[in-house]
Design a binder for this molecule. Structure first.
Ligand SMILES: [Zn+2]
Length: 105
């Protein structure tokens, strides 16, 4: 098994926290969102570029009551709920654009 493949497999299922908004595995993730890495080739790159940081057990979890997405703070959870479930498409794009630029970290 090549080492590169081994590295990818080790990251599969690892819980991480998004540091900006981006699309992962065809799903939109937002700042502060906790999700599991899928074992894709770019997973290590996401960590290296700080798009995500490892989730630590000492971090809190706040769940979106609409879709079950998990966040490390109530504020991030509330921004997600408002943006993804309440805002219109224009407002949604605006927030995601800001988060992509890292303006709401
Ligand atoms: Zn949600």
């Amino acid at each position: 098994m090549p080492p590169r493949y081994l590295g990818v497999m080790l990251l599969k299922g690892k819980k991480v926290v998004a540091q900006r908004a981006f699309v992962y595995n065809k799903k939109q993730v937002m700042i502060g969102q906790i999700f599991e890495l899928g074992g894709f080739e770019n997973d290590a790159l996401l960590l290296r570029l700080k798009y995500v940081i490892p989730f630590k057990k000492t971090m809190s979890i706040f769940k979106c009551d609409r879709c079950g997405a998990e966040f490390v703070s109530q504020a991030y959870r509330d921004i997600h709920t408002k943006t993804m479930h309440i805002a219109n498409e224009v407002e949604k794009k605006e927030v995601l654009k800001k988060q992509l630029a890292g303006l709401m970290i």
